[in-house]
Design a protein. Structure first.
Length: 102
């Protein structure tokens, strides 16, 4: 996933604030409705401490879905739905959102 984003000159989306979160949710709703998209947020190697995969900085804005994150079966990657963030297995196939600097 992140490799494809790098080919485009970007990285998996980092959600830095409420405004960016809202914009990403609008995109998710417009494109796939209730389906999840991978973000660049993970807690791999630091269970419960979420950070941005791209630059290893702490994740700044985490708006979780109900009862999330739950680390079910060792989930370490973060996906976004139109209703919030969810932890999910990193090796599962899925759509993703790239962020390309202006």
């Amino acid at each position: 996933m992140n490799g494809r984003c790098k080919e485009l000159g970007g990285y998996l989306v980092q959600i830095d604030d409420r405004e960016e979160y809202s914009n990403v949710v609008k995109t998710v709703r417009a494109v796939r409705g209730h389906k999840p998209f991978y973000t660049g947020i993970t807690d791999e190697g630091s269970e419960g401490r979420f950070y941005n995969y791209n630059d290893k900085s702490p994740a700044k804005y985490l708006r979780w879905r109900w009862f999330q994150p739950d680390n079910w079966h060792g989930e370490n990657c973060v996906t976004i739905y139109s209703t919030g963030l969810n932890d999910r297995g990193c090796r599962k196939r899925g759509r993703y959102i790239c962020e390309v600097p202006a």
